[in-house]
Design a protein around this ligand. Structure first.
Ligand code: SF4
Length: 451
């Protein structure tokens, strides 16, 4: 009987994709994948270490699984992902139950690691598999989707060269490496053959795509090639960087009906003195120009962005400038985070670190500003009919739910709607918006394709 392997996948979609590649390789090697941790022989924990809270969540999960090893039939624990890349020695020293640790560049050694753990026969052989995270050996690969079958992420590059001073990712994931265009287009076709209707493009910075491999920004060309090679209806863009929104990219988003008029564009701040200390390229003038260009050139564009409050040295004036910017630009989707003092990052050593309570208070103020804007924007949706990708049916509220082009998976809101008959997940439905409840839209299906 095949040994059973379980997975715990934490962190961002890019990490989730690594889990999907490891799932495929372990299954291909003949191991049985089990969703039930209590019956697993080996559990692989794919961790995140972006900020303090993510590190804590990863360590809590490892300790929970370590308990299983003491009390259940679990024989091996393998830790992968960003925490293992960043704290390999500490994991071994502080959590002796861990049998193997893989760096982020070593996901293709997962089968070797599982074999080693299962054949150690009790003798301690904690092993570390480390490939240089800057390696371009094999980015991506065949995978088992962990997303619903109608939606998938597509990673087009690994690593990052932007070197924001608060961010540990370049030190974990290495320098920016684009995947060859033909590999990405081939993977998009694979996704289509699996029934994917919504393909979300991810990397640390998708707008830098191609610069290392082809000497110039090639995201627009890549998107064009993906829509030429597939008929996937929805292509969504996450993790764009303000200083690389080229005119070609704007035109491709505007003119290509299958590229969603939605862009995730983290700005982090607007005060020039803060942006400078963050080492965010381009400054406030460029950010304002980019927002105006997107609004002018792409009618109805939905802009998602994120801001950090409490960065070292952030003054009341800086923060007030940020609040005014958010009020003035009325972004459709906003995430706000308090600055997290991450060791081994330049910002962690900066003077004028801000008190945690002040960081939190500023975050609350900014979120209240945004809640008012979101409520107004949502109210304007009442009476409109929009295309919704049905995700499922909720027996409690007896309503279907799904997302519109303006809602990215896992991070944005939902639309709840009633329909005359049950609609299969992955179906596009025309929904008339009847009312708003908190951040969510409620409506009625008006056009439903035949089942
Ligand atoms: S763009 Fe900045 S915040 Fe994002 S991964 Fe790169 S260095 Fe980190």
């Amino acid at each position: 009987m095949a040994f059973k392997v379980g997975f715990v996948s934490l962190g961002c979609p890019k990490n989730q994709l690594d889990t999907e590649v490891m799932l495929h390789e372990v299954a291909e090697a003949g191991y049985q994948i089990t969703p039930d941790e209590t019956e697993a022989d080996v559990i692989i924990i794919n961790t995140c270490a972006f900020i303090e809270s993510a590190k804590k969540e990863s360590i809590d999960n490892i300790l929970d699984i370590a308990w299983l090893k003491k009390h259940k039939k679990l024989r091996g624990i393998i830790v992968t992902g960003c925490l293992s890349e960043r704290y390999r020695e500490e994991i071994f020293k502080e959590i002796p139950e861990v049998d193997a640790v893989l760096g982020v560049g070593s996901i293709h050694h997962i089968v070797e690691a599982v074999n080693a753990v299962l054949t150690k026969k009790g003798k301690k052989s904690a092993r570390f598999f480390s490939c240089d995270p800057n390696d371009t050996v094999k980015l991506g690969g065949d995978r088992i989707l962990t997303t619903p079958e109608y939606a998938a992420y597509l990673k087009i590059a690994e690593g990052c060269d932007n070197r924001c001073t608060y961010c540990a990712i370049p030190g974990i994931r290495g320098k920016f490496r684009s995947r060859p265009m033909e590999d990405i287009v081939a993977e998009a076709k694979d996704m289509e053959s699996l029934g994917v209707k919504e393909l979300t493009i991810v990397a640390q910075d998708i707008t830098r795509y191609g610069q290392d491999l082809y000497g110039s920004y090639k995201l627009a060309e890549l998107l064009h090639k993906i829509t030429e090679a597939t008929s996937i209806p929805w292509i969504r863009l996450l993790y764009c960087y303000p200083d690389k929104i080229t005119d070609e990219l704007v035109a491709e988003i505007r003119d290509n009906p299958r590229i969603l008029k939605y862009i995730d564009l983290p700005m982090q701040h607007i005060s020039d003195s803060v942006l400078k200390r963050m080492n965010r390229h381009g400054g406030s003038a460029l950010i304002r120009e980019t927002v105006q260009k997107l609004r002018r050139e792409i009618p109805g564009i939905v802009i998602r962005t994120t801001f950090i409050t409490g960065f070292p040295g952030e003054t009341d004036e800086d923060f007030n400038e940020l609040c005014a910017f958010v009020k003035e630009n009325r972004f459709e989707r906003v995430g706000v985070f308090t600055y997290s003092q991450e060791e081994d990052t330049p910002a962690a050593a900066m003077p004028d670190q801000i008190d945690e309570q002040v960081k939190q208070d500023r975050m609350d103020v900014l979120m209240r500003e945004q809640m008012a804007i979101s409520a107004e924007l949502n109210r304007a949706m009442v009476g409109k009919t929009i295309t919704v990708l049905c995700e499922d049916f909720d027996p409690v509220s007896e309503a279907h739910f799904g997302r519109s082009a303006a809602d990215a998976p896992d991070i944005d809101g939902k639309i709840f709607f009633r329909a005359k008959h049950r609609i299969a997940p992955g179906t596009f439905v025309q929904v008339h918006v009847d009312e708003i409840v908190d951040y969510d839209l409620y409506g009625t299906a008006v056009v439903v394709p035949e089942a």
